[in-house]
Design a protein around this ligand. Structure first.
Ligand code: CTP
Length: 401
């Protein structure tokens, strides 16, 4: 597919280098059209090297090929990221004073813009009117993300992450996937994901390598099947799946409180978080210092077992409680034997036994799982991407319900 990536003059232009990479790696031919001002942030050489095409900002370059008409006419998709207040204004009034705005006038394909500017500029009535005009004309204007802006200020105005822009842009032109069966329609479910961090002192913590990918895949799959998903997420650096309510937490205690509060109204609770078994018996209020060459001895106390508590208490009658068991196997017992012992110990309705270590499980794209019931009987097995595994887990939940 031929994509035009317009870049206007905001600090977020650097994020578009990654956006360009994502689009080219997805197999698309991308022509970058920066505005003059954007070259203050990212230079021509970057765009030419990453796109593999010559790049210009002006309508009076390469005139024999009439780029100000041909680029827009031949594009299958135009993405403008970042789109500044000035670019939105020029696009809304139909100006053609540089190659990017001329391209926007000649394009007849889907156009997506990702605004980025200070909150005051985004909320100004002039910008609001320009965005409305563009949307009325069929331009897809993403909402900016909230967070830290260029200076010390925070608020709505950040360009959404490149992954989010790329997914939104490609969704406009790629054939929609057949929508999955809505077999969890309206069902309230809770998924925990990631790994809590237990503070040792104000700057250090005990944690683990959980990426949160499996939990996020479970949340995404449930949402796609119609569930109302609450995702309790501990230190995960992934975009929250669309339509999912995320409750970010840091420690095991916070995770336990958030899961239990949400579980009161949930038909299913899936504990995919890699909960810390231990936490420092006490957390120092100031940074722990070296004392000569002496080893530092840490005293650890045990965390509550959230899964076992949920399985024993049933915060809502008939609730299905699902646990994960990350196992490596050892000389004493295999992965499955450890999983069986855990199923009998924790008494969750379903336990998803997940082989980790040696390149499997944590942080990797693929999983190998066996699903056991509370009597440690095998009810299903699956292997494949975390998305495939997630769907098999929800199939098993449905069969259990
Ligand atoms: N879990 C929990 N609370 C804990 C520890 C684990 O809720 N304090 C949950 C996890 O979310 C997971 C399941 O229990 O769903 C199994 O986690 P795992 O770490 O494999 O089990 P552990 O109880 O830690 O068992 P062990 O360390 O003995 O293997």
């Amino acid at each position: 597919m031929r994509i035009v990536l317009g870049v206007s003059g905001g600090i977020a232009a650097y994020k578009s280098a990654l956006l360009l990479r994502l689009l080219t790696e997805a197999g698309h031919d991308v022509r970058v059209v920066p505005t003059r001002a954007s070259l203050e942030f990212v230079g021509l050489a970057t765009w030419e090297a990453l796109s593999g095409h010559p790049v210009s900002t002006e309508v009076f370059e390469d005139v024999p090929h009439v780029p100000h008409v041909s680029l827009g006419k031949s594009a299958d998709l135009v993405v403008v990221a970042p789109a500044t207040a000035d670019l939105l204004s020029r696009a809304a009034t139909g100006r053609a004073d540089d190659l990017l705005t001329a391209t926007l006038l000649t394009a007849r394909c889907p156009v997506l813009v990702a605004p980025a500017m200070h909150t005051e500029m985004w909320e100004h009535p002039a910008t609001v009117a320009n965005v409305r005009t563009l949307r009325e004309r069929g331009v897809h204007v993403l909402e900016p993300a909230s967070g830290r802006l260029t200076g010390a200020d925070t608020g709505p105005g950040r360009m959404p992450d490149p992954e989010v822009v790329a997914a939104a842009a490609l969704a406009l032109v790629e054939p929609a996937e057949p929508s999955p069966a809505q077999d969890l329609a309206g069902m309230p479910v809770v998924v925990s994901a990631g790994g809590p961090r237990e503070p040792l002192d104000p700057v250090r913590y005990l944690g683990n390598r959980s990426s949160g990918r499996q939990g996020y895949a479970l949340a995404r799959a449930a949402r796609a099947r119609g569930a109302r998903v609450t995702l309790v997420t501990a230190n995960v650096a992934l975009p929250v799946p669309e339509g999912v309510e995320a409750l970010p937490v840091e420690t095991t205690e916070q995770l336990r409180d958030a899961v239990r509060a949400a579980a009161k109204d949930a038909d299913v609770v899936v504990m995919a978080a890699a909960v810390a078994d231990f936490r420092p018996a006490s957390s120092a209020t100031s940074k722990i210092k070296k004392s000569g060459g002496d080893p530092l001895v840490l005293r650890l106390g045990q965390n509550p077992d959230i899964l076992a508590e949920l399985a024993a208490e049933r915060l809502r009658p008939g609730q299905v409680v699902v646990g994960f068991a990350a196992e490596t196997g050892d000389d004493g017992a295999s992965v499955l034997e450890h999983g069986r012992a855990k199923a009998l110990r924790k008494r969750a309705d379903l336990l998803v036994v997940n082989a980790v270590g040696a390149g499997r499980g944590f942080g990797t794209a693929d999983n190998d799982i066996t699903i056991l019931d509370r009597d440690a009987e095998v009810v299903a097995t699956a292997s494949g991407s975390k998305d495939v595994v997630a769907d098999r887990v929800w199939d098993a939940v449905l069969a259990h319900l």
